[in-house]
Design a protein around this ligand. Structure first.
Ligand code: SF4
Length: 107
């Protein structure tokens, strides 16, 4: 009596949990949003002032805009020094995107 009162609800809760976990795992694969890894590559090379001088609300948005080909001049980031600009240009001009194509940028 006591075992049945506890064991059956535990099994039901465990089965429901496993089912929901399976549904979440499938949904994650189906609705996965692929981000271009170059966004992170550009972001790492920026000065991270988040000042907005580039016209974007922050460095992350700048990196996303550059990778999305909204502009092609790295010098839009005014606080970046010459080394940082060169590093971003070299990175973008040598790293293909998820479509396999390289987006050429300029200083
Ligand atoms: S100007 Fe440069 S440092 Fe300032 S937010 Fe834009 S990318 Fe970041």
């Amino acid at each position: 009596m006591f075992i049945e009162d506890i064991l059956i609800p535990m099994l039901i809760i465990g089965a429901v949990g496993a089912l929901l976990g399976l549904i979440l795992a499938i949904a994650e694969r189906v609705f996965e949003v692929q981000t271009d890894p170059r966004i992170e590559g550009v972001y790492e090379r920026l000065p991270h002032y988040n000042c907005g001088a580039c016209g974007y609300p922050g460095c992350q948005a700048f990196a996303e805009g550059l990778v999305a080909q909204e502009f092609n001049r790295v010098s839009l980031c005014r606080p970046a020094n010459a080394l940082q600009r060169q590093a971003i240009m070299d990175y973008m001009n040598s790293t293909p995107g998820v479509n396999g194509q390289i987006f050429e940028v300029q200083i």
